[in-house]
Write a protein that binds this ligand. Structure first.
Ligand code: FMN
Ligand code: NAG
Ligand code: NAG
Ligand code: NAG
Ligand code: NAG
Length: 383
């Protein structure tokens, strides 16, 4: 009796294979296109398609720099998979016909057309010679927030000079040295470009342990031990008139400390799973804050990123009280198409947020709440 059961048992408990891009038929539709050639932009139907396309165009080391996660990439995969572990609770017979008009929002008081933004990612030049200029122009065209990375291919000044108009809002990400003179110089350069906030990455106190990237010599860009404390935060806040937004909060404890230390906003992030493996996804951290200190979402603005690829992913984060959601890799990969690729990702995600909200029975995106998700994880790791 035991032997016949074995194959069954191994089927029942076999781990579902990880799908970097869940199979929606792209190989069948576009797989015959030669490597090194990009499919027509119009033939891509969703954000994951841009990674598929970029992988054919970019060389292996550049692709790997974008794709990489830390160590065994458990956090990288969890960031992508966590969204499907929580089921939506769609309401029907709701008037949702005005949903599109409710997408615009404010981020730190600045107006944008959608509650998502481009997260700061280094080295856009790996995908396109115009590098970050395409991201800043795409963000202008789609009227969304762009957070340029300090370790960009283009300089802070070159990126600012490519703004669609003088009123386009950018939040500049920084890594700092321990030299106050250098920090002051950097902050004044950032202020001179008209940036409206400084994003201080706090999840990278040390080098990220990046196995996949190390094989090609494209590991972490930030390789020193960094002195990052709330005392430093106060000192830095005193060195600029711009708000400083910590990026990389991963516990309710640090969310509380961020509020106590007077931040106007903070970002939940595990750096796209690139820094410390087995750190939680933003959805799990937002859920922890929701369960233990939900008032925080009202006290300050909370942003979140990591693994967001579909409209429904955005909705789940907004449902917990997150104000705006960041997207990293899909924008970096879309840049193989230049500014048109960046614009297309923005259009696609706006459309998906709107239609997914409508099918969820949300008529006004500002009124989405935790009741639209079953927060009991279904933990579907086995098929
Ligand atoms: C290629 C790449 C470079 C990145 N560089 C930075 C960086 O310089 N500073 C930073 O704070 N975060 C950096 N990040 C993390 C992103 O800001 C963001 O947290 C992450 O990409 C979100 O996950 P997603 O790519 O799954 O959307 C980088 C991410 C990628 C993919
Ligand atoms: C393109 O390259 C990938 C990875 O090397 C390979 O799996 C795929 O079969 C190639 N496709 C074509 C059309 O040559
Ligand atoms: C890959 O492409 C990048 C960006 O175009 C370039 O800097 C790099 O030298 C290339 N690497 C290899 C191994 O071809
Ligand atoms: C700090 O940076 C400034 C400006 O680059 C430089 O002149 C100075 O020597 C640096 N100080 C130290 C202690 O390295
Ligand atoms: C902030 O700056 C003021 C004036 O420059 C100074 O008196 C104060 O000690 C500084 N505070 C901190 C925390 O550095």
């Amino acid at each position: 009796m035991r032997f016949p059961l074995l194959p069954l048992a191994s089927v029942a408990f076999a781990a579902r294979p990880f799908l970097n891009e869940p199979d929606t038929g792209i190989d069948e539709a576009l797989g015959a296109i030669a490597n090194g050639t990009l499919p027509d932009l119009d033939s891509l139907v969703g954000l994951p398609d841009f990674e598929w396309a970029a992988r054919r165009k970019m060389n292996t080391s550049s692709y790997t720099y974008y794709r990489n996660g830390a160590a065994g990439e458990w956090s990288y995969r969890n960031n992508l998979e966590v969204f499907q572990r929580f089921r939506l609770r769609p309401r029907v017979m709701v008037d949702i016909t005005n949903i599109e008009s409710t997408l615009p929002t404010t981020i730190l008081g600045h107006d944008f057309s959608a509650p998502f933004f481009i997260s700061p990612c280094a080295r856009a030049g790996y995908a396109h010679p115009d590098a970050e200029l395409n991201l800043v122009k795409g963000a202008a065209a789609g009227n969304i927030l762009y957070m340029p990375a300090l370790y960009a291919t283009k300089s802070v000044e070159e990126i600012a000079a490519a703004k669609g108009n003088s009123s386009q809002v950018l939040f500049q990400q920084v890594y700092l040295t321990e030299n106050d003179t250098e920090t002051l110089q950097l902050f004044s350069r950032i202020e001179a470009t008209g940036s409206k906030a400084i994003i201080l990455t706090v999840d990278s106190a040390a080098d990220g342990n990046r196995h996949r990237a190390k094989r090609y010599g494209v590991g972490s860009a930030d390789s020193s031990y960094s002195y990052l404390t709330w005392n430093l935060y106060h000192k830095l806040s005193n060195m600029t008139s711009l708000p400083i937004i910590p990026k990389g909060i991963q516990t309710v404890d640090d969310a509380r400390l961020a509020v106590q230390n007077g931040v106007k906003a903070f970002m939940i992030s595990n750096h796209g799973g690139r820094q410390l493996d087995t750190t939680p996804s933003s959805l799990e951290v937002a859920l922890e804050i929701h369960n233990e200190a939900p008032e925080i979402f009202k006290q300050v603005e909370v942003y979140a990123d990591g693994g967001v690829r579909y409209g429904a992913d955005v909705l789940k984060l907004l449902a917990l009280g997150v104000r705006a959601v960041g997207v990293g890799r899909p924008f970096m990969f879309s840049n193989v198409y230049g500014v048109d690729g960046v614009k297309r990702v923005i259009e696609m995600l706006k459309h998906e947020v709107a239609i997914d909200a409508a099918n969820l029975g949300v008529g006004d995106l500002k009124k989405i709440g935790p009741q639209y998700v079953n927060w009991k994880s279904t933990n579907v790791w086995f098929s």
